[in-house]
Design a protein around this ligand. Structure first.
Ligand code: GLY
Length: 370
């Protein structure tokens, strides 16, 4: 099927869809040719933000034009603030202006915000047009571009309005990670390590050996780590695309992570930074609940420790974080569910009632040594 690829190729097959994820350096310059694997050329809308587009937009547009795609571009302001119903409405106008019909793809070139927003537009415009993902942040490459979660924010909740709408094709160019700023890169690396902890013991061991190469963004190892992460995510969504149960293991570190983000009005932590803290604290909780032995916890902590947790902001208290957790608890109409590792490469969902224990664990982050 189609021209051979020098890099890695992963097929994601769920009960309803199958799509390919291609991972190769310099892939963006071949977007036009590779898109033919999924669709015959025609009209398309490229959605990106000003920052990403100024770097990669021309290469992508040129390769699309060379393969006879007729592409219009819609650029948004970078950042979570654009991921709204109003932002989507503007993009529907752009879809109409670009003359899209139900077979014309929306191409998302950017990080998580672009993928979520463009994906939401693709899922809903004309009841769904093909979605092509060109993720340019590490977080988007290893998480949000695969699995079909698309969404916009509501003033009362992040990702509150959305759908599961799988892409038709995902093209990942690890070369773009070289120019990512360090903070963004490390935040994404937290999610890479997450897969090793919850799902893939071999990958975890490899990361233990090669964490220096990961952090140095060594070309060969980056591509390998992104591919291993995508394979891990694919295995999870293949088992449970609609998050009935098993897919929730991907939320390891997210219970406290989300509460930290919400308690700081989404302005202090990058998502991956909050998830890193959440994972470290979940490991502590797992030990307190006797789910995890000290030796294994030590291995996880030492790998996560390579990323260094962001210090808490002034004035953040355990009470404020617990408030946000209580809000989650109400939303779930019951216990707080934590994803806790029980060994390397495996995690389970554990309801936790003891809010004092949780507060104690949060304190260890807010008052280290206290
Ligand atoms: N980012 C979590 C998921 O895709 O389920």
């Amino acid at each position: 099927m189609g021209p051979p690829l020098k890099g890695r190729e992963i097929e994601v097959t769920t009960g309803t869809f199958a799509y390919r994820v291609l991972i190769e350096e310099d892939l963006l310059a071949e977007t036009g040719r590779l898109l033919r694997l999924a669709l015959p050329p025609g009209r398309a809308l490229l959605i990106s933000d000003h920052n990403v587009f100024s770097r990669y937009g021309n290469a992508v547009l040129q390769s699309l034009a060379a393969e006879k795609w007729q592409v219009k571009t819609a650029l948004i302001k970078p950042g979570e603030g654009s991921k709204t119903v109003t932002g989507a409405k503007r993009l529907y106008e752009a879809c109409i202006d670009a003359g899209l019909d139900r077979t014309s793809p929306v191409i998302a070139l950017g990080g998580g915000v672009i993928g979520d927003l463009a994906g939401f537009v693709a899922a809903t415009f004309m009841r769904g047009v093909p979605l092509i993902m060109l993720p340019t942040s590490l977080l988007a490459q290893v998480d949000s571009s695969v699995g079909g979660k698309v969404a916009v924010n509501h003033p009362r909740g992040k990702n509150m309005i959305g759908a599961i709408y799988p892409p038709r094709l995902v093209l990942i160019d690890p070369l773009v990670l070289k120019t990512l700023n360090n903070r963004q890169f490390r935040a994404g690396a937290a999610e890479v390590i997450k897969y090793g902890i919850i799902e893939d013991e071999t990958f975890f061991t490899r990361l233990e050996e090669k964490s220096d190469r990961l952090l140095a963004r060594d070309s060969g190892f980056l591509a390998e780590a992104v591919a291993a992460s995508v394979r891990s995510k694919a295995r999870v969504v293949e088992k449970d695309e609609y998050e009935q149960d098993y897919r929730r293991i991907l939320n390891f570190g997210h219970t406290i992570g989300h509460a930290l983000e919400a308690a700081t009005a989404y302005r202090y932590y990058l998502h991956g930074e909050a998830v890193l803290v959440g994972m470290v604290l979940a490991v502590k909780l797992a030990q307190k609940l006797s789910c995890l032995d000290a030796g294994t916890a030590g291995r996880i902590n030492s790998l996560l420790g390579r990323l260094r947790m962001k210090k808490p902001p002034q004035g953040l208290t355990a009470g404020k974080v617990i408030d946000k957790l209580e809000h989650d608890k109400k939303r779930l109409r019951g216990d707080l569910i934590f994803v806790l590792p029980d060994r390397i490469g495996s995690a389970m969902m554990v309801p936790v009632k003891d809010m004092e224990m949780i507060a104690g664990v949060i304190e260890t982050y807010l008052e280290p040594g206290g």
